[in-house]
Ligand binder design. Structure first.
Ligand code: FAD
Length: 242
């Protein structure tokens, strides 16, 4: 699809957690919403008297949703761009360029069994994929390993749980790396090969693995998957360096 650039208006804005904001953006100019789940856009925000700045953000909504583009963004204190996102108001106009990227759920016929691995805000391409598979009722098995610091910082938790309840083919494994409460009965600690093997038969060579998150996390997990004999071609990853 050709790259587009268009003005969008902020229709909705709400906090997922104290430092994570979700924007729902509606196009003011023609914009073809047929992106692939997992792709990203560039978000441009102008602040008066300052240069125009842009950053890439994965699209969290599904391409089946033609009403708005959803972006979910962690606000970095002292960051050059995200404080502009934090100060956006309903009705403000931003620009979107895209869609971009080769990190997407592509082949519904070939990718029948997919293991998704990510943490924190790295959920955004995966919530798009999960919404898409669920909304289209695709015959695709998904096992999603999602790590967050604490149970309160899990993004989209209610929606993920309700999708998993409705779709037998979608399984979500939450793990908390710093949860102090004994009421948390999900997994604890970082995602690693042992955790993956607990839920997934990695000997099945038809499985695809998609990973998204900070470069160190991706590097370590890709090495672990390769050392377990998983073919590199089956491992698709995108890292978000700052
Ligand atoms: C393809 C792609 C998709 C992306 N999708 C998303 C998305 O859906 N949601 C999202 O929130 N971000 C996403 N990012 C990251 C995003 O583009 C910016 O890098 C991020 O918002 C930082 O913006 P900033 O300019 O405010 O911070 P900067 O001014 O660039 O950084 C300020 C400081 O914060 C540190 N920092 C930067 N990012 C983080 C972080 N995530 N956690 C902790 N410290 C950090 C930096 O190392 C630096 O020290 C994506 C990146 C890529 C490449």
């Amino acid at each position: 699809m050709p790259i587009q650039i268009a003005r969008f208006v902020v229709k909705e804005k709400f906090n997922q957690t104290a430092d994570v904001v979700t924007l729902r953006l509606v196009p003011l100019d023609p914009f073809n919403m047929d992106f692939k789940p997992g792709q990203f856009v560039n978000l441009y925000v102008q602040r008066e008297g300052e240069p125009l700045l842009a950053r890439p953000y994965s699209i969290a909504s599904s391409p089946t949703n033609k009403d708005y583009l959803e972006l979910t963004i962690k606000i970095i204190e002292g960051g050059r761009f995200t404080p502009r996102v934090a100060s956006l108001k309903i009705g403000d106009v931003v620009k979107i360029g895209g869609p971009f990227g080769k990190f997407f759920f592509l082949d519904e016929e070939k990718m029948k069994d997919v293991v998704l691995i990510g943490g924190g805000c790295g959920i955004t391409p995966f919530i798009s994929i999960i919404r898409y598979v669920s909304e289209k009722g695709l015959d695709v098995n998904i096992t999603y390993f999602y790590s967050a610091r604490t149970m309160d910082s899990i993004l989209y938790r209610n929606e993920l749980e309700s999708i998993a309840k409705k779709n037998k083919n979608i399984k979500i494994i939450f793990t908390c790396t710093r949860e102090g409460s004994s009421s948390w009965n999900g997994e604890r600690g970082r995602i690693n090969l042992d955790m993956i093997k607990k839920y997934v038969d990695i000997r099945d060579d038809k499985k695809y693995y998609m990973l998204c998150g900070p470069p160190e996390m991706i590097k370590s997990l890709v090495e672990q998957l390769k050392s377990a004999g998983i073919n590199e071609e089956k491992i698709i990853h995108e890292s978000w360096s700052a």
